[in-house]
Ligand binder design. Structure first.
Ligand SMILES: [Zn+2]
Ligand SMILES: [Zn+2]
Length: 105
């Protein structure tokens, strides 16, 4: 079966997640770091692949460019910042908050 390309809705979702800025920098008190998307890998033991909705925003430093980055050591990253699932939950909550703010103003 051919690989499905991203739907318009997925693209929209991914863009607004990236626009939230790096979620780790935000935790450290530096909101709005330009972020790229990290697809979370759920540890359900099923080898399940993340969908395009299961993405969290990480700056290059926290994503892959440093010893603090997720891809340098997923385990250390999880120990320090919480599980990918938790970060995804925080990301989605933040996104909803952002959308509500935009509706008010
Ligand atoms: Zn960051
Ligand atoms: Zn990644």
């Amino acid at each position: 079966m051919a690989k499905k390309s991203k739907t318009k809705d997925e693209k929209l979702h991914m863009r607004s997640v990236a626009e939230l800025g790096c979620i780790i920098c935000d935790k450290m008190g530096f909101p709005g770091s330009p972020a790229e998307l990290h697809h979370i890998i759920s540890n359900t033991g099923m080898g399940k692949k993340a969908t395009n909705y299961e993405v969290i925003p990480l700056c290059p430093h926290h994503h892959r460019n440093s010893e603090d980055s997720y891809h340098h050591s997923p385990k250390n990253f999880d120990d320090k910042w919480g599980s990918q699932e938790d970060l995804l939950k925080e990301t989605l909550e933040k996104k909803i908050m952002q959308e509500e703010l935009q509706r008010v103003f």
